[in-house]
Design a protein around this ligand. Structure first.
Ligand SMILES: Nc1ncnc2c1ncn2[C@@H]1O[C@H](COP(=O)(O)OP(=O)(O)OP(=O)(O)O)[C@@H](O)[C@H]1O
Length: 253
């Protein structure tokens, strides 16, 4: 569903991503992990076409897409988007329907139904009429996700979708994403800082370090104490959890 070949991003004269070759199969969930500054957010932005990059990015077999085609194919939720404070939750989520609304047209019944359903699934219905400037950090993060999900695109690129969420809402969002990809065959790429969570939900992990792929594979192959020590400088113990998926715990030095 997503492939890159020789993907390179240079910003302010400095190479941020180097020669990345990636393949994300349709219907899979790939988590991009790595230390701060490794290039995770940059990779997601390059996949959306938001950043100038060299090399190839092929989405659903296509290298060239109009903005409208791209918006129907890829939904992207950035880490900390600037939100228009005066818009209500519902108005903001409706922006996700823009690729389906004719030029100079208005949203229709189907658009409103999709948005209502997404707000419901993210427990945002009680906030539908509330302005974004009056929402908490975690509530705003769920609204950003609601807009991305309302887009109903087959590829979801989510940058740290759960950082501001409490444990219950983290689980709700992660289970919702997992359910969507199983039911609708969505392809999901997320950056995630919580390595155990990444290993619990993703089919495969891409470990980025210094803008290069340091490891790529199933969670048990990437989440080893050695790789975590080398690339994060952290000491952890790794045990096998349900389904052989690794559980990591910090160890005091
Ligand atoms: N607009 C920019 N101009 C120049 N350099 C940038 C820009 N944005 C990010 N960078 C640099 O690119 C590198 C990768 O940044 P990126 O945000 O992709 O890292 P990340 O892996 O997502 O980090 P984090 O875990 O801290 O979110 C960093 O060294 C950062 O300083």
């Amino acid at each position: 569903m997503i492939t890159t070949a020789g993907l390179e991003v240079v910003r302010d004269g400095r190479a941020i991503l180097h020669d990345l070759d990636l393949a994300v199969p349709a219907g899979s969930w790939v988590a991009v992990i790595g230390p701060n500054g490794a290039g995770k957010s940059t990779l997601l932005k390059a996949l959306t076409g938001l950043l100038p990059a060299t090399g190839k990015v092929v989405l659903d077999g296509r290298e060239r897409l109009t903005p409208r085609e791209r918006a129907r194919l890829v939904a992207y939720a950035p880490q900390n988007p600037a939100l228009p404070e005066e818009l209500t939750v519902r108005q903001y989520a409706l922006l996700g329907r823009s690729p389906y609304i004719p030029y100079l047209g208005r949203e229709g019944r189907r658009d409103r139904e999709v948005v209502d359903s997404v707000l419901d699934r993210l427990s945002l219905t009680p906030f539908a009429g509330r302005r974004l400037g009056r929402m908490s950090g975690g509530e705003r993060q769920r609204v950003v996700l609601a807009r991305a999900l309302a887009q109903q695109a087959p590829i979801l690129l989510l940058d740290e979708p759960t950082t501001a969420l409490d444990l219950g809402h983290q689980q709700q969002v992660l289970e919702l994403l997992d359910g969507l990809r199983r039911a609708d065959g969505l392809t999901v790429v997320t950056t995630l800082h919580d390595l155990t969570v990444a290993g619990q939900y993703a089919d495969s992990l891409v470990l980025l370090s210094g803008g290069r792929i340091a490891a790529h594979g199933p969670p048990a192959e990437v989440l080893t104490a050695e790789l975590v020590s080398v690339h994060f400088g952290a000491r952890v113990s790794v045990t096998g959890g349900p389904g052989g998926r690794p559980l990591l715990a910090l160890e005091r030095p």
